[in-house]
Write a protein that binds this ligand. Structure first.
Ligand code: HEC
Length: 104
């Protein structure tokens, strides 16, 4: 009994432990009623942040496909060709839902 009380006091004194991570990891989000972010999350976060991808001018579908191809050919991103469509669909849908960037 004494021992339990002691442990409770000890835990109470320590309080909750929180760990601060340097920089917050923010994945790409699923778009409501739109394409899944699964492929872009699996393929596009190993070298740079999502922010780098999100902060682009308005690109067409063909231009986004060009970006994915560039990542693969120039930077050697191991993106399976089968994932291209889902990645590009997500990128186009993401920009379509934004009012802060203008369509060309
Ligand atoms: C193998 C590493 C790697 C992977 C994986 C990768 N990228 Fe990149 N990405 C880069 C590099 C390197 C840059 C240039 C960074 C810089 O200029 O600072 C870049 C830049 C970009 C840019 C900025 C425009 C440009 O052309 O420079 C976009 C948009 C982008 N990546 C999208 C993507 C998308 C979408 C994916 C997933 C299909 C992806 N990246 C996966 C390496 C990668």
């Amino acid at each position: 009994m004494m021992r339990l009380v002691f442990m409770a006091l000890l835990l109470g004194a320590a309080g909750p432990v929180s760990i601060e991570l340097p920089g917050e990891f923010v994945p790409f989000a699923d778009i409501k009623g739109g394409p899944s972010a699964e492929a872009i999350n699996a393929n596009c976060l190993s070298c740079h942040s999502a922010e780098m991808v999100l902060n682009q001018p308005h690109l067409s579908r063909i231009e986004w496909q060009g970006e994915v191809t560039k990542m693969r050919n120039v930077y050697k991103a191991p993106v399976a060709a089968a994932d291209d469509a889902e990645i590009v669909d997500w990128l186009v849908a993401m920009q379509a839902g934004r009012s802060d960037i203008k369509a060309p």
